[in-house]
Design a protein around this ligand. Sequence first.
Ligand SMILES: [Zn+2]
Length: 575
Amino acid sequence: MLNSEIKEEMKKIAVKNAIEYGKARQSAVISKILSKFPDLKANMKQLSEEAAEIVDRINSTDRRQLENDAERYAEEFKREDADRAERSAQHKFELEGADIGRFVTRFPPEPNGYMQIGHAKAAWIEREFTDKYKGRMALYFDDTNPEKEKQEFVDAIRRDMKWLGIAYDTEYFSSDNIDIMYSYAEKLIEGGKAYVCSCTADKIKEGRMQGTRCVHKRQKIEKNIKLWREMLNSNGGAEGMILRLNADLKDDNTTMRDPTLFRVKEGMHYRQGTKYSVWPTYFFNTPIVDSIKGITDVIRSKEFELVDELYFYILDCLGLRKPRVHSIARLEIKDNLTSKRKINDLIARGLLWGYDDPRLVTIAGLRRRGILPAAIKSFVMRFGMSKNDSEVSIEMLLAENRKLIDAISKHMFFVEKPVKVVVQGIPEDMRDIKIKLHPGTGMGYRRYRLSNTFFINMYDASKLTKGAQIRLKDAFSIVVRYLDGNQITAEYIKDGSGNDSAKVQWVNEGNYMACKIYEIKDLLAGDEFNSSSMIVKEGYIESHAESLDVGEVVQLERTGYFKLDNKDGFAFISL
Ligand SMILES: [Zn+2]
């Protein structure tokens, strides 16, 4: 029998079908239910009988009753339609209005921190559209805040883009265009579209909240020009003066309530030195740089939608060409952090190694953890142009990565909390051993000369009793003779007896070295730092690990995938 949930679903489909086409059809009900529950294909006979019965019943119901039923389902129908539209938008991967051969976009990081996975999503989407529309892509450093930006971050962003494999055709900086910004500011002032204000921050905030203007909004244009020149010529002495857009303090869109366009910021800019002390804000800068650099299509995350009106308004005031703006959802990783302030705080408290800590979803952190660029790409691209904000588990990215590393990672044995096992009676011809580096072929072997002394994991050892037979994996079977505190004595037995209770990983004396593995867990527990986010385990790894390169990924059998982080203490990081 089909369960009641499925029957209810079929009835719903039939009702909808009947309302839309006058009559419900059995084939429509079947194909729709199968697309929702593909497993039902195994019960086709039953399914078509049930569908026939439901369709008959619906088709003999009078229209008024049907409309009542449909009304009951209306909310669900609406939600399903919306979901479908969303899914097809995701699949469509198109930008409205974009032209092949006439497409220019940009990736606009502010060099005030490291790239993280959300940036990688934006940059990959921009790259993919650039290829699709045969256009050009720029890396645009939006750097007009001397207090926060650093060359170190510019270099890190370039390095991360390169490592991710995201090519771009050109590179430019906001801060190289400050003189042009000044001339556009002057144009706004001359047109009565901007004024110099020296109110306190609190006063400005209050005015925006209550929709009340300050005395400066009524200043004459000549006065504003004079004050603006004073700002520019004060060498930073005009602190507290800002240039504001002369818009509407009562606007429903709060970003339109006379936003700040320029402010005085003293100090050394990493690129421009002390050349400027009056700096444009993001609001002013971005539309103008986009327009003059020939950007045709801007892709930015949905939370900036409110800023669009301001973006276009400024271009209108200045008579500049307007790019098309498209929005996408923001990508957040559950129980992780991207806030620079919070990350800096954890680094300062010694709880994180740095911006490349493998617990972080910075690109540097993911690289250090052993995530491949291709895994990052397929992970971020699956969200495509969806506008549904998503907070996803890192597990999804790790799974994507495992698909790629499985075939290329060497297998090795790791023994945590080693317990000594002395094996007697090993025949001479069993002492030279070779084990495949990968169960598939082609990767070669690890070869060892075996002595009588082995080490196995304490958990495996704790299960052994006298007389127990186990297999030392990929070597031979042994039977336990004595258990004596910290040591087990066992005897070699010939294969084929088939009585092994377990296969255990091992290392042999003379063929191992001490190592450390870092197991990575979620960075946060609730809103707090998870003090168990990194668990260190110590043990022995077989000596073939010596031949691994730093950065190489291995599968430690029965423990998981790990990346060799450094060779000093043979430290591995979990994947
Ligand atoms: Zn004012």
